[in-house]
Design a protein around this ligand. Structure first.
Ligand code: NAD
Ligand code: MN
Length: 498
C-alpha cells in the first residue's frame, strides 16, 4: 500500500479488503461464471480489489428482478410519499457515510480528496431534490373541444425498467444522477458502472439496501461495456436506457436500443468553447478558463477545451494562463496538497499525450505541460496541465475530445466571428464567456448551440437546473423538471360522462 493511503478512511479500507459482489434482487452475488475484473488505483497503478465480471446471464437476472419489482412488486403499489421517504433516508445515509464514499471515489478514480469531499453533500442534495418531486408529479385536466360531455386528463406514469450506464470520470455523482430521478418517479433500475470505477456504485448499493428499498428496485451489475452494457441495451424487457459516456458508444446504444424502441437519453462528449473578451475581468477570466479545463484533470464532458481569446489580449492571456498552471499541484489524490489528480489509466495518459504530439505536428505551440518526469509520480498516470497556443479551430486538437488537462488557445477578432467558430464543432455541451459587457454576454449565451452556458464562471451545476447537450453531445436533459419528463410516460385518459 502506498504511503498516501495511510490516511484512508477505516470503513473504505474495510470495504476494499474483500473481493466485491454485485447487487441483484436484493442479494450480493458473484457473476454466474465466477469471473472477476480488477479495479486499480490510478495514482499508483496498484490493484484495489476485484468485482464480478457480469455478463449476459447476470444482466438477464438483474433485468428479471427489476421487471418483477416493477410489474408485481411492492414498488408499483408504493405511495409517492413512501418513495420520497426512502430517497430522503438514502440521502442521510450518503452523508453519514460521506468520507468513506469520497475516499472510495479518490481511490478508484483518482480525483483528489480535496475535491471528492464535496461529493457526498452534492449527492445528498440530488436525492433530496428528487425526493421532493416524488409527491409533485402531476398530470393535467384538459378542456377538449369535441362534442359530448367528455372529461380528459393526463397521468404521468413511470416508464418501467431503466438500464443506467455510466462512465468512469465521475462515478459517484453519475451513479446518483442515474438513481435519483428514476426512483422518484417510480421506475426500477439496473445500473452498470464503468469497469474502471465500480466501487462507489457498489457501496451506494449497500446504502440503498440499508435505506429499505424493496428487493429488485435497484440492481447493480459490474462488467464490461461490450458484454454487460450491450446485453442491457439489447434486452427486450428494458424500457429505457439512460447513458452517459462517449459519443461513439452513444451512437452504438441508439442502434441496439432500437430493437424494442427503448426510450433513450444520452449525455455524451464535448469540445466546449470558453470565450474571453478583452473587456473581461482579467484575473477572473484566467481562473475560469483554468477551472473549465483542469477540473478533474480535464476528464470532464463539459471541459472548456477550446479557449477563444480576443486578439488584442491573446499573447498575454496565453502566457499568464501558462503561468497560472503552476498553482496546480499534481499528485496522489490522498495527499491534502494535491489539487490535480492522475488520469484514469495508462491508456488515457497515452491518448492525451498523443494529442499533444498531434498538436505540435499541426503547427501549434506547447507553452507549458505535457509529460511528467517527476520521480515521485512514477507508477501513476499523470499528465501536467498543458497550455497550447497558436491553434486554429480546424486542427484535430480543436475538434476532437482529448479528455485530459489540455487547453487549446485560438485568437478571435469580434463577437460574430467567435460565435461562428465556437459553433463549428460536432458537439454542443457547454460553453463559457468572460466579459463585463452584459449585452455581449447574452448575445454569446444565445448564440452558442450548447446545452449549458456559463458567464464569468464555469462548471456550475445544480439538481434544479437542466443539464445536457445539443447536437452530438446528447439527447434529453437530466436534472430539474426535465428529468421527470424523461423518466415518465404521459397517458391521456378519456371519460364519457354522458
Ligand atoms: P465510454 O463510452 O467508453 O463508456 C461509458 C460506459 O458505457 C461504461 O460503463 C462502459 O462500460 C459502457 N459501454 C461501453 N461500450 C458499450 C456498449 N457498446 N454498449 C453499452 N455500454 C457500453 O465512455 P468513458 O470512456 O467511460 O467516459 C468518457 C466519455 O464520457 C467522454 O466522451 C465524456 O465526454 C463522456 N461523458 C459525458 C458526460 C455528459 O454528461 N455529457 C459526463 C461524463 C462523461
Ligand atoms: Mn479504478
Amino acid at each position: 500500500m502506498s504511503t498516501t493511503l495511510i490516511s484512508l478512511n477505516r470503513k473504505a479500507a474495510e470495504f476494499i479488503s474483500t473481493p466485491k459482489k454485485m447487487l441483484i434482487n436484493g442479494r450480493w452475488v458473484e457473476s454466474v461464471t465466477n469471473e472477476t475484473i480488477e479495479t486499480r488505483n490510478p495514482a499508483t497503478g496498484e490493484i484495489i480489489t476485484t468485482v464480478p465480471n457480469g455478463g449476459v446471464e447476470d444482466i438477464n437476472l438483474a433485468v428479471a428482478a427489476a421487471r418483477k419489482a416493477f410489474d408485481d412488486g411492492p414498488w408499483r403499489m408504493m405511495k409517492p410519499n413512501e418513495r420520497a421517504k426512502l430517497l430522503l433516508k438514502l440521502a442521510d445515509l450518503v452523508e453519514e457515510n460521506g468520507e468513506e464514499l469520497a475516499h472510495l471515489e479518490t481511490l478508484d478514480n483518482g480525483a483528489p480528496v480535496n475535491v471528492t469531499k464535496y461529493y457526498p453533500t452534492a449527492a445528498a442534495d440530488d436525492f433530496r431534490y428528487y425526493a421532493g418531486w416524488a409527491t409533485k408529479v402531476t398530470g393535467q385536466t384538459i378542456p377538449v373541444s369535441i362534442p359530448g360531455d367528455i372529461f380528459n386528463y393526463t397521468r404521468k406514469e413511470a416508464i418501467g425498467v431503466c438500464g443506467q450506464i455510466i462512465p468512469w470520470n465521475g462515478p459517484f455523482l453519475m451513479a446518483v444522477w442515474k438513481l435519483s430521478a428514476p426512483l422518484a418517479t417510480g421506475n426500477t433500475v439496473v445500473l452498470k458502472p464503468a469497469s474502471l470505477t465500480p466501487l462507489v456504485a457498489l457501496r451506494l448499493g449497500e446504502l440503498v439496501q440499508e435505506a429499505g428499498f424493496p428487493d429488485g428496485v435497484v440492481n447493480i451489475v459490474t462488467g464490461s461495456g461490450s458484454i454487460a452494457g450491450t446485453a442491457l441495451t439489447e434486452h427486450p424487457d428494458v424500457d429505457k436506457i439512460a447513458f452517459t459516456g462517449s459519443t461513439e458508444v452513444g451512437r452504438q446504444i441508439m442502434r441496439s436500443s432500437s430493437i424494442n424502441v427503448k426510450k433513450v437519453s444520452l449525455e455524451l462528449g464535448g469540445k466546449s468553447a470558453h470565450i474571453v473578451f478583452a473587456d473581461a475581468n482579467y484575473d477572473q477570466a484566467i481562473a475560469n478558463a483554468a477551472t473549465g479545463i483542469f477540473t478533474n484533470s480535464g476528464q470532464a464532458c463539459v471541459a472548456g477545451s477550446r479557449l477563444f481569446v480576443e486578439k488584442k489580449i491573446y499573447d498575454n492571456f496565453m502566457s499568464d494562463l501558462a503561468d497560472y498552471t503552476k498553482n496546480f499541484k499534481l499528485g496522489d489524490g490522498f495527499d491534502q496538497a494535491t489539487n490535480l489528480g492522475p488520469l484514469i489509466s495508462a491508456q488515457q495518459k497515452d491518448s492525451v499525450l498523443n494529442y499533444v504530439d498531434i498538436g505540435q505536428q499541426e503547427g501549434a505551440e506547447v507553452l507549458i505541460g505535457g509529460n511528467t518526469s517527476e520521480r515521485d509520480l512514477e507508477g501513476g498516470y499523470y499528465v501536467k496541465p498543458t497550455v497550447i497556443a497558436n491553434v486554429n479551430n480546424n486542427m484535430r486538437i480543436a475538434q476532437e475530445e482529448i479528455f485530459g488537462p489540455v487547453i487549446s488557445g485560438i485568437p478571435f477578432e469580434d463577437i460574430d466571428e467567435v460565435i461562428k467558430l465556437a459553433n463549428q464543432t460536432e458537439y454542443g455541451l457547454g460553453g463559457g464567456v468572460n466579459t463585463t459587457d452584459v449585452s455581449k454576454a447574452h448575445r454569446v449565451a444565445h448564440g452558442l448551440r450548447t446545452g449549458n452556458v456559463w458567464v464569468n464562471t464555469y462548471n456550475l451545476l445544480d439538481p434544479a437546473s437542466p443539464f445536457g447537450g445539443y447536437k452530438q453531445s446528447g439527447l434529453g436533459r437530466e436534472h430539474g423538471s426535465e428529468s421527470i419528463d424523461m423518466y415518465t410516460e404521459t397517458k391521456s385518459v378519456w371519460i364519457n360522462l354522458d
